[in-house]
Design a protein around this ligand. Structure first.
Ligand SMILES: Cc1cc2nc3c(=O)[nH]c(=O)nc-3n(C[C@H](O)[C@H](O)[C@H](O)COP(=O)(O)O)c2cc1C
Length: 354
């Protein structure tokens, strides 16, 4: 039961190696945390998970892409955000906020370059240097709000085709200035955001990153580039990396369906292994994790240090508690992605296969 021993990310003590991966719940009201969301987090915390990562929370007003997304761009959100962190802490778990700007996918689309991509609905406005600085400062301001609201950690969302991932990807980033071209230039937007957040939080406050191992587009962001970016961040003091991959319209997407056999589980595991072999910081594996004994094997064989779940916890918020009690039944989620249907209608995520 090594997976259930106390451990740490940076200085943050965690009761086990299981994480709720960031999941847009579609339950916020005018960007404010709602009672429904607080109830859901209470269930998740009671369900045994060591760390809950919130749904992607937008750092500027029109930087969201979905309805019911959580806002973290104004101090007015703090009291409700605090209710969310309180309920998690009262139930013996920890909570990390995921910060995002949806960029070319946002309500007000703006991106590294004004071009068409398979993951944009509209051609975004190209960001000026002044606007780049404003957005980076918004990540810093959101971090201040996160501290005041008692979050235990911050995760930078650099995956899945949102703004940071758009800068990293040569498919979306065609800039000729210091933010485009070479990997160093494409990563500059992210590295500067990291620095600005670190300047707000203390040296030992955990900052995590979720990043694509690769885009899965021809001539897209590659695994070697991704690893290099994380190595730079590691040198700068980042505390953990969650390895995801793919984006809309690419050969692979982040939320793969029909994970109905063990061979299809843990679909980013070869990349997390590659990252783990080259990094000192903890590596978090997400994507299609369903079977306890497979996770144990992946841990023993050094594929990852932590294991992160989204859909299985929509169906069974108490999955980890069941495993902790010795009921090692496979997660019941069938990876059909129907949980998105009610959320897109504004009703919040819900499993439709009960
Ligand atoms: C309803 C839903 C909402 C999601 N929202 C986010 C999000 O806000 N941020 C993020 O990084 N990933 C998000 N994801 C992706 C998950 O975090 C995870 O990477 C992916 O679902 C694969 O893990 P799973 O097989 O455990 O579901 C979402 C997934 C689902 C199903």
């Amino acid at each position: 039961m090594k997976l259930f021993q106390k451990t740490k990310i940076g200085n943050l003590e965690l009761k086990n190696r299981f994480i709720r991966s960031a999941t847009w719940e579609g339950m916020c009201e005018n960007d404010f945390v709602s009672e429904r969301l607080i109830n859901l987090y209470e269930k998740l915390a009671k369900g045994g998970i060591g760390l809950i990562i919130t749904g992607f929370s937008h750092v500027l007003k029109d930087a969201n892409s979905n309805i019911g997304q959580m806002g973290i761009y104004d101090k007015k959100f703090i009291p409700k955000l605090k209710e969310l962190t309180d309920v998690v802490h009262e139930n013996n778990s920890k909570i990390c906020v995921q910060l995002v700007h949806c960029g070319g996918q946002a309500v007000k689309p703006e991106g590294p370059s004004a071009i068409k991509t398979p993951f944009y609905k509209k051609i975004p406005e190209e960001l000026s240097i002044k606007r780049i600085n404003e957005i980076q400062d918004a990540f810093a301001r959101a971090s201040e709000i996160a501290l005041e609201a008692n979050f235990d950690a911050i995760q930078i969302h650099a995956a899945h085709g949102y703004l940071i991932s758009q800068f990293l990807s040569p498919v979306a980033n065609k800039r000729n200035d210091e933010y485009g071209g070479s990997l160093e230039n494409r990563a500059r937007f992210l590295l500067e955001i990291y620095e600005k957040i670190r300047n707000i939080v203390s040296e030992d406050f955990p900052i995590l990153i979720k990043i694509n191992c690769k885009d899965f587009f021809d001539n897209g962001f590659t695994e070697n580039e991704s690893l290099q970016v994380v190595k730079w961040l590691e040198n700068m003091g980042i505390n953990a990396v969650e390895v995801s991959g793919g984006m809309r319209g690419a050969k692979k997407t982040p939320i793969m369906t029909n994970i109905d056999s063990e061979e299809k589980e843990a679909y980013w595991k070869d990349y997390s292994k590659m990252f783990k072999e080259s990094l000192e910081i903890p590596v978090i594996l997400v994507g299609g994790l369903r079977s306890y004994h497979l996770i144990e094997k992946l841990y023993n064989e050094s594929y990852a240090d932590f294991f992160s779940f989204s859909r299985p916890l929509i169906k069974e918020p108490d999955l980890i508690k069941k495993w902790e009690k010795g009921n090692f039944e496979r997660a019941k989620c069938i990876s059909c992605n129907k949980c998105f249907i009610p959320a897109k209608k504004g009703e919040g995520i819900r499993c439709l296969t009960d």
